[in-house]
Design a protein around this ligand. Structure first.
Ligand SMILES: [Fe+2]
Length: 320
């Protein structure tokens, strides 16, 4: 029942997205500046780019007070996600405005809008500090000789929220670079129903009132490390079985592991380096932090509010 209601929720969202896209027709009119970006998004599901140094500097200054707090948390051993990241408040809003300005100038907003089929903008972001001590996600299945090289590789749940990851510090292979696996999703040849199940199956047993919650005892996003979850999952017919958090399912030295590793593209580079991607159709992951620190923005694009609701929003903020 839980899987069914998750699938129904997903279908409603996706049908709404396709209805909006066919009504808006934005996809047909990308500007010349954004056309190569759009082509890469369509064929590779991502592109790499970079922000000007001045914009990076502006954002670093806005982020500095939060970063000092995160470093202090890390020093004291507080390493939960909420100890090392922030996704609201004046600094985050100011950073979002800078990103919208830069993404507008570079053609990214036009490309993402054309890709989705309706006008898009930066809708939200998280400023995150990664440190080597935080290895909460680096444990794979128990009893294997080593963790798979693909740990944490996954597809995002939503097809309506393309993303960007922007580095605000230099990121080398040892600083947990973001990776993606172009065409790995297409290689799997997943059927539509299987895909919908795969994107939501990991939610089963997560809600506080789920009777399966205590039974599964999952760790964060790691459904497959729960033995009872695996047993239920394997009862699905093979043609419906898929888990979008596939990185944890891969066995070391398997064919799938080497196929994925061959596809992997690792994003390293100076501050300002970024990727824009469709996380629902491009496998991706954050790398394992070995040393130093990584400062990054996790950016989510969202549908641009209509002019009327933008004006009402502005008035509400002015009188609040
Ligand atoms: Fe993701």
């Amino acid at each position: 029942m839980e899987l069914l209601s998750e699938c129904q929720r997903m279908l409603r969202t996706e049908l709404g997205h396709f209805a909006k896209a066919s009504a808006a027709k934005t996809g047909k009119f990308p500007g010349t500046r954004s056309r190569p970006l759009l082509q890469q998004l369509r064929s590779e599901r991502h592109y790499f780019s970079a922000l000007p140094a001045a914009a990076v500097e502006e954002m670093r200054q806005l982020a500095e007070a939060h970063l000092a707090g995160f470093r202090e948390n890390a020093r004291q051993g507080r390493l939960r996600r909420e100890d090392l990241s922030v996704n609201d408040g004046p600094a985050v809003q100011a950073i979002a405005r800078i990103l919208n300005r830069e993404f507008d100038a570079s053609g990214t907003l036009d490309a993402v809008s054309a890709y989705m089929g309706y006008p898009m903008m930066v809708g939200g972001l998280a400023l995150e500090l990664s440190v080597p001590q935080a290895t909460w996600w680096a444990n794979g299945l128990q009893g294997l000789p080593r963790p798979a090289l693909t740990l944490y590789a996954h597809l995002d749940e939503s097809i309506t929220a393309p993303k960007s990851i922007v580095y605000l510090s230099a990121v080398e292979p040892c600083n947990g670079p973001t990776s993606c696996y172009p065409h790995a999703y297409e290689d799997l040849g997943i059927q539509p129903l299987q895909e919908i199940i795969g994107r939501v199956v990991g939610n089963v047993g997560n809600s506080m009132d789920s009777p399966l919650r205590a039974h599964y005892q999952k760790r964060y996003h790691q459904s497959v490390t729960s033995e009872p979850f695996r047993r239920h999952f394997m009862r699905l017919p093979p043609e419906l079985r898929f888990n979008s958090h596939l990185g944890w399912d891969v066995l070391p030295d398997s064919e799938l592991e080497s196929a994925l590793v061959a596809r992997e593209r690792v994003m390293t580079g100076p501050p300002g380096t970024l990727i824009v991607f469709d996380g629902a159709r491009l496998f991706h992951r954050g790398g394992l932090m070995q040393q130093g620190e990584r400062i990054a923005l996790q950016v989510v694009f969202d549908q641009k509010p209509k002019l009327r609701s933008r004006i009402i929003g502005k008035i509400k903020r002015a009188i609040a």
